[in-house]
Ligand binder design. Structure first.
Ligand code: HEC
Length: 123
């Protein structure tokens, strides 16, 4: 009985560990999230690019950040400005996606965070 309980308790941990190991890919995981939620404002003549200088249409643009500096700190999602904005840990006027009430789905936020924590690679 005790051993069964132990297995039952450790399974979610195991799943969590395995989940952390899996590398998140820029092209496979990150690009679709940015395409759906951000890129219409953050490329060419979009208001996000025009106002902040942040071009989310390419890896180089994402890593370069705004005209004031980077919004992604490889290895540190918690203090990355981009994550603060999409988690709404900022002044309401700066929440992203801009002007929309709801946050992007939590699962997508987690994927972006994991990608940054794994080094924000062009993979
Ligand atoms: C409806 C248009 C729109 C959408 C969609 C949008 N943005 Fe923005 N974004 C803006 C505008 C406008 C600004 C400039 C805000 C300002 O300076 O007042 C901005 C600025 C930013 C900044 C820089 C903020 C700073 O520190 O100056 C980041 C980072 C950002 N957006 C990330 C994102 C991400 C990530 C998404 C998708 C989840 C997204 N945006 C979706 C319009 C948009």
């Amino acid at each position: 009985m005790k051993i069964l309980l132990k297995i039952a308790v450790s399974l979610p941990f195991l799943a969590l560990l395995l989940g952390c190991e899996q590398p998140v890919s820029y092209s496979r995981d990150v690009v679709p999230i940015l395409q759906t939620n951000c890129v219409d404002c953050h490329t060419t003549s979009g208001q996000g690019l025009v106002k902040s200088g942040l071009d989310l249409g390419s890896y180089e643009g994402l890593l370069k950040g705004t005209r004031y500096g980077p919004v992604v700190k490889p290895g540190d999602s918690f203090t990355s400005a981009l994550v603060m904005l999409i988690e709404h840990r900022v002044d309401p006027s700066l929440k992203m996606p801009h002007g929309r009430k709801s946050r992007i789905e939590q699962a997508k936020i987690e994927r972006l965070k994991k990608w940054i924590d794994q080094g924000a690679k062009n993979n």
